[in-house]
Design a protein around this ligand. Structure first.
Ligand SMILES: Nc1ncnc2c1ncn2[C@@H]1O[C@H](COP(=O)(O)OP(=O)(O)O)[C@@H](O)[C@H]1O
Ligand SMILES: [Mg+2]
Length: 320
């Protein structure tokens, strides 16, 4: 329809029309209120560590191209990223969309379930139709564990189970290039059907960063914050002194350290960062049980390690 309008106006398709089409897509998405267009500017190089996961993605660089179809490759179908909060799962979802130059659609699962009885199913179908209409695209389902806790596709009468049934059937049968990235903090409540082969191309366990990975995460963020004075920071020491901290917590301590420096009219230093770290209690220490469950699950071969240093499931010594 938009194309027809564009052709009618200009007699051909011009670069401006692409913007027109994108804007039109944005409008249609906004109307449904279930999906959001999410701007994705993060790059794979913005992810510190997670080398196995990054390799997996880099090996699939051109896999949504026409050339890949001619080669006979199927479209990648999707990934499930499981692990505790703040380890870069959402970041990865954004980087994937950017890497493949695909629009990123974020599903608001809460909105799927709000409203009147019976509405959830029709919204689910609407969401599926819309993402197929916008394909190729990345459909990002953040914290899918919260949405489908306790559901089963053998259809008891519950709304959750019916929505889940519709969704899982679509996942198994879809041929359109909608790449699903689902993230989960808790795998215990996930319906087992979701974890079965053929739903996702791969399930990755995203653990706490190892020392090497923490160095990379510091490097990623400090190169962005202080590109010209990066060498003034002692990355080795920062990585060594911050076992159990997640990427999100590393980012948080950098912001704290910047406040310190800024308030004293000077630049922030390695010591400021370490001082900030000493004020933060890593989630890893309070969520120990949850991490151990995830660890056991991953160790049982239910998921691939996102990190190369496979024995480094827990970030540091706190659990020995
Ligand atoms: N591996 C990482 N490399 C670089 N930054 C990270 C990493 N993990 C987390 N971060 C930082 O923390 C922020 C929050 O992480 P996020 O991806 O939302 O975690 P999750 O989705 O696993 O809870 C990110 O936007 C990023 O700035
Ligand atoms: Mg997240």
């Amino acid at each position: 329809r938009v194309l027809a309008r564009a052709i009618a106006t200009h007699g051909e398709i011009q670069p401006d029309d692409i913007d027109l089409i994108l804007e039109e897509k944005r409008q249609s998405i906004r109307q449904t209120q279930i999906l959001d267009f999410y701007p994705a500017t993060e790059k794979i190089s913005d992810i510190g560590g997670l080398d196995n996961l990054k390799d997996w993605l880099l090996r699939r660089g051109g896999s949504f191209s026409e050339r890949a179809r001619q080669y006979g490759l199927p479209h990648p179908r999707g990934l499930l990223l499981a692990g505790i909060q703040g380890t870069g799962k959402s970041l990865t979802a954004k980087a994937i969309a950017h890497h493949w130059h695909l629009p990123l659609l974020r599903l608001d699962v809460g909105r799927l379930f709000g409203g009147l009885v019976g509405e959830s199913e029709s919204r689910t179908r609407q969401m599926i139709q819309l993402s197929e209409a916008l394909a190729p695209c990345v459909l990002w389902i953040d914290e899918i564990d919260k949405a489908f806790a306790g559901a089963n596709s053998q259809g008891d009468a519950g709304t959750t189970s019916r929505v889940f049934g519709t969704f899982i059937t679509w996942m198994a049968e879809k041929t359109s290039p909608v790449f699903i990235v689902a993230t989960a903090n808790n795998i215990q409540t996930l319906p087992p059907e979701l974890l079965r082969r053929g739903r996702f191309d791969e399930i990755f366990f995203v653990g706490l960063p190892s020392q090497d990975e923490r160095r990379e995460i510091f490097s990623v963020h400090l190169s962005r914050l202080r590109p010209h004075t990066l060498q003034d920071f002692d990355l080795e020491r920062l990585a060594y002194e911050t076992p159990d901290f997640s990427g999100a917590e590393i980012e948080q301590m950098l912001v704290e350290a910047m406040h310190t420096g800024f308030s004293q009219n000077r630049d922030f230093t390695t010591d400021d960062i370490l001082e900030a770290a000493s004020q933060i209690v890593p989630l890893a220490r309070t969520a120990k049980d949850q991490i151990e469950v995830l660890q056991a699950w991953a160790a049982a071969g239910k998921a691939r390690m996102a990190s190369r240093s496979g024995n480094q499931i827990l970030g540091g010594a706190a659990f020995n």
